[in-house]
Ligand binder design. Structure first.
Ligand code: NDP
Ligand code: GDR
Length: 338
């Protein structure tokens, strides 16, 4: 019988890639999205007719119960969250409601409707925050540095608790940063690839960033959603770090992105003190040994390939389908390089 998967946060970056993997695996895919006055389905437009949508909001318990009753999933992937770290300082209570208590609401809905549902929680490397060891693994202590990180620790520990209290199949992926051409424009990778292309095309003069020395273990979202699916196919539920094991700085990210376009980032990037965070996570590096050995998971896309893919996609979007190696781009009409 065809299995049904319900994905919260289907309109987000990961939701769109996960839906593709689940369709490949033969699932009936139902995405949960919240009502909005504008359509936010851009990332799943190409899946129209292949997936179903159900309305629901992590703030509204009844809507979650209804979504489960209506769709009867075998697996639930909880990807919905307020996921932008800086917003969590401006809207700490709302972040807690979505990102922390939202997990309680959905786990309670599962308990009420069908406790045999397998549950995936999108946990985060931001839980490690001010790291106590490097690289970070499943047993590394948490020291979150933002209301977002704190909310994710709550969601993570609640998932563990419901597994232990009620014997639910509840698994958690402690995912390090993962990016793609579908990444939101406010996150640093996409801000840099989009910004570099805008400078190249003469659409912007410069790019303002915050801390250029922050380091992250950046992977490709398309690789990470495969790990999410694998986590729900095991005999026993568990928690898994998903990471590439390579860290790079925001500065290196700029070097590769601007370099792809024949530009020197130092000519175009300025540091804006307003973008420095109240408390920073300086360096994250993941050890995904457990995922490798137990799930057989490996990332396929490396850092340079990822950044190049994102620059090329932004160039195609903003530059009328041009590629970075297009000779027209090297002409003075497009190039702002000296
Ligand atoms: P996005 O910000 O791209 O997507 C978030 C999704 O959550 C959107 O679909 C959004 O819907 C939805 N959402 C937000 N609030 C609610 C709500 N109250 N009710 C229902 N849906 C809601 O995030 P990503 O795809 O990048 O990340 C997916 C998950 O993984 C998130 O939980 C994130 O915190 C976590 N994570 C992400 C990592 C990354 O590097 N990408 C790393 C580690 C964890 P709408 O379109 O309506 O805004
Ligand atoms: P992060 O991602 O906070 O790690 O959370 P983000 O891309 O926002 O920042 C990464 C690092 O880059 C530095 N930085 C900037 N960041 C942004 N957004 N904009 C800037 O201009 C800028 N300049 C420097 C930041 O200070 C930071 O150190 C992401 C989200 O997807 C979370 O939901 C997820 O849980 C974690 O990754 C793992």
């Amino acid at each position: 019988m065809q299995r049904t998967a319900l994905v919260t946060g289907i309109t987000g970056q990961d939701g769109s890639y996960l839906a593709e993997v689940l369709l490949e695996q033969g699932y009936r895919v139902v995405g949960m999205s919240r009502r909005s006055s504008t359509i936010t389905n851009e990332r799943i437009a190409h899946l129209a007719g292949k997936i179903e949508l159900v309305q629901g909001d992590l703030l509204d318990q009844a809507s979650l119960v209804e979504a489960l009753k209506e769709t009867r999933p075998a697996e639930v992937y909880n990807l919905a969250a307020q996921s932008f770290v800086p917003t969590s300082w401006n809207q700490p209570v709302l972040t807690g409601e979505f990102t922390a208590l939202g997990v309680t609401r959905i786990l309670e809905a599962i308990r009420q409707v069908d406790p045999t549902i397998r549950f995936y929680q999108a946990s985060s490397s931001e839980m490690f925050g001010k790291v106590t060891e490097s690289p970070q693994h499943e047993g590394t202590a948490f020291h979150p540095r933002s209301p977002y990180g704190v909310a994710k620790v709550y969601g993570h520990l609640l998932t563990v608790n419901y597994r232990e209290s009620y014997d639910l199949y509840a698994a958690s992926g402690i995912c390090f940063n993962h990016e793609s051409p579908r990444r939101g424009l406010e996150f640093v990778t996409r801000k840099v690839t989009d910004g570099a292309v805008r400078v190249k095309l003469g659409l912007a003069k410069d790019l303002r960033l915050g801390n250029l020395d922050a380091q992250r273990d950046w992977g490709f979202a398309g690789d990470y959603v495969r790990a999410m699916w694998l986590m729900l196919q095991q005999d026993q539920p568990g928690d898994y770090v998903i990471a590439t094991g390579q860290a790079h700085s925001v500065r290196e990210l700029c070097e590769v992105a601007f370099g792809r376009l024949g530009l020197d980032y130092r000519d175009h990037v300025t540091v804006d003190p307003a973008l420095i965070r109240p408390a920073e996570v300086d360096h994250l590096l993941g050890d995904a040994t457990r995922a490798r050995t137990e799930l057989g998971w490996e990332p396929k896309v490396g850092f340079e390939q990822l950044v190049t893919m994102m620059v090329d996609a932004d160039l195609a979007r903003l530059g009328g389908g041009r590629r970075a190696d297009d000779p027209v781009l090297a002409s003075s009409m497009y190039s702002r390089a000296p």
